[in-house]
Ligand binder design. Structure first.
Ligand code: ZN
Length: 426
């Protein structure tokens, strides 16, 4: 029987970090302790001295671009990128072509993930039919196919009555509505954050209020319905305050922040490089600091990448004409470690445990322990990630040419190594 033993790492368990070995056999953690698992011919020893050994990362905001936009990314390329970033599971966003608003497309998405076999692919489903914002999707059909997270990501669910009905229904089932919280009227024609930098550039811009008005309204709907509600890609300091207040009130409200909103500000947009164009836009240094503090304190529950590939011919155009979105699965953990500096427990909580809980992915995001599935990421908090190239089909990212402290060393999914620092396996 082949075994893997991760030796002498800082192992993040339900009782906190311990210095120990982790022994894996047949896809399961069979022992955690000192000097275990020796002997036998078929033992792979992995030296983890000085490294963190914790549950595999879970990204609850990934654009696989399949079906429909495979020239940007597909399930296979995205899975390789995710494995290299330390991820063992991703939640596919439903703004594909066709959009994922029915059960058979959910089953297709999950099955494609299984065929590739490098990460567990879960699928979000649309809130509205055709993602058109006019009537509800068949939420029962989506639920039966396994959807637990419902979102029209790429667009806000603007109609409060429609959203309320979705929340009434999903509150009974225990699903979560994830909102791309940007008011379309306030965001109309804007390309970046509304502030001094946009004024200097003479660019149409988007105020922070475009986000806060939606979240404030939606929190009222949470009070009305009791439905789980998740703020996607939170970007503005006042929104962090709204989420904090909702949590103090005991409402089932969670939030995610992207690596790029933790790393950059609207000042980085001055050169009008489309690699810094995304929705919501990069905001001010005060906003960035509020996001960092929110992630540290847990007001912002999780990191989610909003990995959004676009081809060069789409993105290499004047800033105003470029589509929104950047890739980031490969470097998210390094960026978070470098810019936020979480302790190992909070780090794995934000990268793995809470994302899996929000998206309700069983078997992922579980603190390491005996009999738990062997979905494991080994992270070096002192390592250096030099961003020079990518495994994605697309290259639209603001990270190229930069270095971040922190590096993914190994990723194990279902007991098999899917990545080690020399490159992707399989
Ligand atoms: Zn979005």
């Amino acid at each position: 029987m082949s075994k893997t033993v991760f030796r002498n790492g800082t192992v993040v368990t339900a009782n906190g970090p311990v210095t120990a070995d982790v022994e894996v056999a047949e896809g399961v953690i069979v022992a955690i302790g000192e000097a275990i698992g020796s002997g036998g011919d078929d033992v792979r020893e992995v030296d983890c001295e000085g490294l963190w050994v914790g549950p595999g990362f879970v990204d609850i905001h990934t654009h696989l671009r399949e079906p429909g936009h495979e020239y940007k990314e597909d399930t296979e390329s995205a899975s390789r990128v995710a494995a290299a970033g330390g991820y063992t599971s991703v939640v596919a966003m439903p703004n594909t072509d066709p959009v994922i608003d029915s059960g058979h497309l959910v089953r297709y998405t999950i099955e494609r993930g299984r065929e590739v076999g490098l990460v567990e692919v879960a699928s979000a489903g649309c809130v509205t039919a055709g993602r058109a914002g006019e009537k509800l999707a068949h939420l029962d059909d989506l639920w039966a196919a396994g959807v637990r997270m419902f979102t029209d990501d790429g667009d806000v669910v603007a109609d409060a009555g429609l959203l309320r009905r979705a929340m009434d229904y999903l509150a009974q089932l225990g699903g979560v509505v994830a909102q791309h919280a940007i008011d379309p009227g306030l965001a109309r024609a804007g390309h970046m954050h509304e502030g001094a930098v946009a004024s200097g550039l003479g660019m149409y811009a988007i105020p922070s209020a475009a986000e806060t008005v939606v979240v404030a309204r939606d929190i009222e709907l949470v009070r009305l319905t009791g439905c789980n509600y998740h703020v996607q890609h939170i970007s503005a300091a006042p929104t962090v305050e709204l989420v904090a207040a909702a949590k103090r009130e005991g409402l089932p409200v969670t939030a995610e922040v992207t690596p790029h909103h933790l790393a950059f500000t609207d000042g980085d947009v001055r050169a009008t490089d489309p690699a810094f164009k995304m929705m919501p836009p990069l905001r001010t240094e005060a906003d960035r600091a509020a996001l960092v503090a929110g992630l540290q304190s847990g007001v912002i529950d999780v990191v989610a990448t909003d990995h959004a590939p676009h081809a060069d011919h789409e993105k290499d155009v004047p800033f105003e004409h470029a589509p929104n979105g950047v890739i980031g699965l490969e470097w998210a953990a390094a960026v978070v470690n470098d810019r936020v500096g979480l302790d190992p427990v909070r780090f794995f909580e934000a990268m793995s445990v809470k994302p899996a809980a929000i998206a309700r992915i069983a078997g992922q995001g579980r603190w390491l322990g005996v009999a738990e599935p062997a979905n494991i990421t080994v992270f070096d908090p002192q390592g250096i990630t030099d961003v020079r190239d990518t495994r994605s089909k697309s290259r639209n990212a603001p990270y190229f040419g930069r270095s971040y402290t922190g590096a993914v060393r190994y990723t194990m999914y279902a007991g098999a190594m899917t990545y080690e620092e020399s490159g992707v396996l399989v």
